[in-house]
Design a protein around this ligand. Structure first.
Ligand code: IMP
Ligand code: MG
Length: 170
């Protein structure tokens, strides 16, 4: 991987692994004896989903949804979920929450299909600029309002494949 100008190491692969393992343990404890439907909003959450789903030793179904939320425009579903979630225990796997617009929209979409429960896990939370009231149920780490890339997160598609997380200023 090539270091780019403006990239400052923030969270190492080892710290990410520990955060993911801790979240998996919490979720396993809370959902003991139940089956989960793990929903991954594309594209930023794919690496987190891949790691978390393997660490959660519970029966599970995975699915993907793609919601775009261009600045200043309303959210739109590009690819909807494709499994039946009625009466199921649904967990949304998000990599980072900022204003909360994307997740508020997604929550409403999921709730419209009557899950038994709906919880949100996020690796990173940036509550400073929250526009909509949204409290994730599981948080890996709360961070300041800084733009980050790596471990699925991008700046104009750059950085998704990086193993570690970096602060990024252009
Ligand atoms: P929200 O609707 O503002 O909460 O936006 C959440 C989405 O914006 C996340 O799922 C990410 O895709 C993207 N996002 C928010 N903050 C960052 C960041 O610091 N780096 C990369 N993507 C981000
Ligand atoms: Mg995302």
């Amino acid at each position: 991987m090539q270091m780019r100008e403006g990239m400052i190491p923030s969270i190492s692969r080892k710290e990410i692994d520990e955060m993911v393992a801790g979240l998996a343990r919490e979720i396993e404890r809370d959902f003991e004896g139940k089956e989960l439907v793990m929903i991954c909003p594309l594209k930023g959450s794919v690496l987190f989903m891949a790691d978390l789903s393997r660490k959660i030793k519970l029966p599970q179904v995975i699915d993907f949804v793609y919601v775009t939320s261009p600045k200043g425009e309303s959210c739109r579903i590009v690819k909807d979920i494709s499994v039946d979630i009625q009466g199921k225990h649904v967990l949304i796997i998000e990599e980072i929450i900022d204003a909360g617009r994307t997740l508020s929209f997604l929550k409403a979409r999921i709730n419209a299909s009557y899950p038994a429960t709906l919880k949100i896990v996020t690796l990173l939370d940036k509550p400073a600029l929250r526009e909509l009231p949204l409290n994730p149920d599981y948080v890996g780490r709360t961070i300041e309002d800084r733009f980050v890339i790596g471990y699925g997160m991008d700046s104009e598609e750059i950085g998704r494949n990086y193993g570690d997380i970096y602060n990024f200023t252009q």
